[in-house]
Design a protein around this ligand. Structure first.
Ligand SMILES: Nc1ncnc2c1ncn2[C@@H]1O[C@H](COP(=O)(O)OP(=O)(O)OP(=O)(O)O)[C@@H](O)[C@H]1O
Length: 452
């Protein structure tokens, strides 16, 4: 619990001496704010203060425990209530617990210690709940309308509109677009703008999972279902229940698994590998691909029935080179964010650098632009980012098809791209990339790059 948000406890106890005792014990934690009420009505009158925890004497002069518990639960469903009773009565205890009381304690010499332990546990849960809510709020703001997919170009505005429409219902969404155009970002924006935002967003990349593991990854498996299945594993579909399942690179799904996925989606029930229990699930599905899925269908690589089942609301993300001035808008945002994150004085792209960005084709799209301007921000001397700071090589994606490339692979691709473009002129490449020529010679010697 943060010091600014104390843990608020109501003690409802008509016996003044016992009430003071409880207050004293609970007040030993400086982060607790404890208030005492000697009648049920006095407590009800103050529920607007939203206590985090209530200890309730079962027999109050003006109300019975059951009645009061019901009224509290109706008005503050998330607040835990501990019932404390003068007499041990199993029937009453069971009734109170059935009605939603957190626990039931009998007044004896151990009550204060047990109370202390219970409050500690509840406080921990409340703290986690608050942190979760705070994080959700932050994430929600990050993926709010127009916040995630930045851009003003009409084609991007159209994407914003479609995301907002998709978020209103649980319709399946199919996102298409070249690599790095923001397909996963669009999927997250839909999820966090929808009423599923508080539930999980689960992303699975079909291209990243070995073929033989896809089925158990998606649908889960029972212990012993296959060699290596040492324990039961819940599949990603089940994991996403109530929320959104994002299937990236859906075109990479094997034909036999396409049939299984279709069946699961039609029946809205999943059976874990090696199991026989049918488990119903409630998941919003978003799929993405950088391929032309219809062409995959025509080529016989993707099932037509699954294609129509998954098409839902199609959203096409335009390539960055077709977004006009959005290139500069995004570049400025990425430079600003990078400087802020790294505590650098704000740097600006010069006009020449901006002009250069506008002529580059960006085959790696937004991901490439981000990497390019971040690197240029690092390379820049002083507050101006010059055109020569931009590690651009015409026609080559500098930061390619995925975050899965290691830094070394990306460096190799950048150096090779520049060598190709500059006709193998090592000195020119070294000057362009601002790295030592011996680095490039060493890479050639190690056959990491070549001069053709
Ligand atoms: N319009 C945008 N505004 C801000 N950032 C963006 C935008 N589009 C993409 N990005 C950023 O670009 C990077 C790539 O985006 P994302 O992973 O969503 O692309 P993708 O199309 O799913 O890529 P891939 O096809 O490789 O899976 C991320 O860092 C993302 O935050």
């Amino acid at each position: 619990m943060t010091p600014s948000l104390p843990f608020k406890i109501f003690v409802v106890e008509d016996n003044e001496w016992y009430g003071e005792l409880l207050m004293h014990r609970l007040g030993q934690n400086p982060n607790h704010s404890v208030y005492r009420f000697s009648t049920g009505q006095a407590c009800l009158d103050q529920l607007g203060e939203k206590p985090d925890f209530i200890t309730l004497d079962y027999s109050l002069p003006d109300a019975k425990g059951e009645q009061l518990l019901r009224q509290i639960s109706d008005r503050l469903p998330g607040t835990e209530v501990l019932v404390i009773s003068g007499q041990e009565d199993v029937g009453t205890a069971v009734r109170m617990l059935q009605q939603g009381a957190y626990d039931y304690l009998v007044k004896d010499e151990n009550t204060l210690d047990r109370l202390w332990n219970i409050v500690g546990k509840v406080e921990q849960q409340v703290r986690l709940r608050r942190e979760n809510a705070q994080l959700r709020q932050q994430i929600g703001a990050r993926y709010g309308p127009g916040q995630a997919i930045l851009g003003e170009h009409p084609s991007v505005q159209q994407v914003h509109l479609l995301i907002a429409k998709a978020a209103r219902t649980a319709i399946t969404v199919s996102v298409s677009g070249e690599t790095g155009t923001g397909k996963e970002l669009a999927a997250k924006a839909i999820h966090f703008q929808s009423d599923r935002a508080a539930r999980p967003f689960v992303a699975v990349n079909m291209a990243a999972i070995p073929r033989e593991l896809v089925e158990s990854e998606l649908f889960g498996h029972e212990k012993g279902a296959f060699t290596g299945a040492v324990a039961r594993r819940v599949g990603r579909l089940e994991e996403a229940t109530g929320g959104t399942l994002f299937l990236d690179e859906i075109a990479d799904l094997d034909l036999s698994l396409q049939a299984k996925l279709l069946r699961v989606l039609q029946e809205r029930e999943v059976t874990r590998v090696g199991g026989n229990q049918h488990i119903a699930f409630d998941v919003r599905l978003i799929v993405a691909t950088h391929r032309d899925l219809l062409a995959e269908v025509q080529a016989g690589r993707f099932r037509e029935d699954l294609y129509y089942r998954l098409l839902g609301l199609p959203i096409a993300l335009p390539p960055l080179r077709q977004r006009g001035n959005d290139i500069l808008l995004l570049a400025d945002v990425f430079v600003r964010e990078f400087c802020r994150f790294n505590n650098l004085a704000l740097r600006q792209l010069t006009e020449a650098a901006r002009a250069q960005l506008m002529t580059h084709p960006f085959p790696g799209n937004v991901r490439e632009l981000k990497a390019v301007v971040e690197l240029a921000t690092v390379l820049a001397d002083g507050e101006q980012i010059q055109a020569t700071d931009l590690p651009l090589c015409a026609g080559k994606a500098l930061i390619g098809a995925g975050s899965q490339l290691s830094l070394r692979d990306q460096t190799t691709a950048i150096v090779q791209g520049c060598l190709d473009e500059l006709g193998g002129d090592v000195l020119a490449v070294a000057a362009r990339l601002q790295i030592g020529k011996s680095t490039i010679y060493r890479m050639i010697q190690l056959r990491e790059v070549h001069v053709s």
